[in-house]
Design a protein around this ligand. Structure first.
Ligand code: SF4
Length: 435
């Protein structure tokens, strides 16, 4: 058992996640004690010893002289001190150093835009955030690729559109998205589509004179819809959104057991130029355990069916997991390059998830999700709209009245609630969109 005690709420997040990264299999608890003399205290106690401390790390008494006064500099200083002590205690290092957030490449992107060169960035990034040299190079390399792709976007008048389909053939045991098994929801699919098309139409009206740079249909599994439903939904999008200048249109076909020739033909007829087939695992035992009722063979069949059907379809396969190095080497051998990166909270081994693609086949939407440089307007149950503002405003969700340039709006997750409250979802969007 490890206890993390901070004397300010603002130190808790990083301290907790850093301790968890050094000791991933330990139970870690965090609390705030405003009267504590230390900024951060970490207490190690063995289970069953009634909380008796085995070891303790104390970070900087309040009286210390070299503590920076400015809040963000102070946080960084404390993070580095805590990192060094945890590293000594555990005998380990973390590849991403003190960076606990999910978007480390944002820092590299900012420095690239400020005109920094790789030669200055790598040592600076290592020193500032205690990351390994390899990760510093990776962050820089990915930021460079991202920038090239994002330079095609129209930040002034463009936006990205997300369309959510919250149905899947079955629900995987680890699912954290808003998705229901088609068998349980079949009777409401038409009502859902009607609500979704209403929201899409309203978004198009609110965004008149602007154009979508990317469209992404995800979920759930959009190809759970039958061919006719898919066709009607795509026709609605064709009718209401300007296709001229659209850089990419992606449809997730995550579950191979939902793909048929007929549905692929519909996607092709509507000019979809990217589909994502995502098997999660190529081990039948794992597929069975996680509740995916399809076979490894079905993954190959779906892949070959899609390949055969059109030269215009690009297949994206994401390798996710802890075999980062092996996957990276294999990807390079296949002529794929890392082009976006994100990290997950509490990811074992302090690794990262990297998206690989052929140089001209990278998915811009995936980068936008990470870099948050353009508004993503989202329709559907559980869909999350991110509005990038031109001028920062007081964050309506911040108790401390902090300013923000990014407003998030979540649609209700429950499918029934979304159908009955779609007008409310539309009205809420109108409050912030294009301000
Ligand atoms: S395929 Fe994805 S969205 Fe569907 S149930 Fe599995 S994890 Fe959830």
């Amino acid at each position: 058992m490890i206890r993390v005690i901070c004397n300010q709420e603002t130190f808790v997040y990083n301290a907790y996640h850093m301790v968890k990264a050094f000791y991933p299999s330990e139970t870690v608890a965090s609390s705030v004690d405003e009267k504590a003399s230390n900024y951060v205290t970490v207490e190690f106690a063995e289970d069953g010893t009634d909380g008796q401390k085995e070891a303790m790390i104390e970070i900087a008494d309040r009286q210390t002289n070299d503590m920076p006064a400015e809040k963000s500099a102070m946080k960084k200083y404390l993070d580095r001190m805590l990192y060094k002590k945890l590293s000594e205690q555990s005998g380990r290092t973390l590849a991403w150093g003190i960076l606990m957030g999910v978007r480390p490449t944002k820092i590299a992107m900012r420095k690239l835009e400020e005109g920094m060169t790789q030669e200055t960035f790598v040592p600076w990034f290592q020193k500032e955030n205690l990351v390994s040299e390899e990760k510093a190079h990776l962050a820089w390399q990915i930021a460079g690729r991202e920038k090239k792709l994002l330079d095609q976007l129209d930040y002034e008048n463009g936006y990205s559109l997300y369309v959510g389909i919250p149905f899947c053939p079955t629900v995987c045991s680890y699912c954290s998205f808003s998705s229901g098994a088609l068998g349980d929801w079949e009777h409401r699919v038409e009502d859902y589509l009607a609500a979704l098309m209403k929201e899409l139409e309203a978004i198009a009206k609110m965004s008149e004179g602007r154009k979508a740079d990317t469209i992404y249909m995800g979920g759930g599994t959009p190809t759970t819809l039958n061919a006719d439903q898919l066709d009607r939904l795509l026709t609605c999008i064709d009718r209401h959104f300007v296709r001229e200048g659209l850089l990419e249109f992606t449809v997730e076909a995550g579950r191979p057991d939902s793909i048929t020739k007929e549905k692929l033909q519909v996607l092709r007829n509507h000019g979809i130029n990217r589909i994502s087939i995502n098997p999660q695992s190529m081990q039948q035992k794992t597929l069975d355990t996680i509740g995916r009722k399809h076979t490894v063979e079905q993954v190959y069949e779906a892949f070959h069916m899609a390949r055969k059907l059109g030269k215009r379809l690009t297949i994206i396969q994401d390798e996710i997991g802890t075999m980062v190095e092996m996957a990276g080497n294999k990807a390079r051998q296949m002529g794929l390059f890392p082009y976006y990166l994100y990290r997950q909270k509490n990811i074992a081994g302090n690794f990262e998830n990297v998206g690989y693609a052929k140089v001209d086949k990278a998915g811009i939407y995936n980068i936008l999700i990470m870099e948050e440089k353009q508004s993503i307007i989202a329709a559907g149950a559980g869909a999350s709209t991110k509005i990038v503002l031109k001028e920062p405003v007081i964050n309506p969700e911040s108790k401390k009245k902090k300013k923000t340039s990014l407003i998030r709006q979540e649609n209700v997750k429950a499918i029934d609630a979304y159908i009955s409250r779609v007008d409310e979802m539309i009205e809420r969007k109108g409050e912030w969109l294009w301000r």
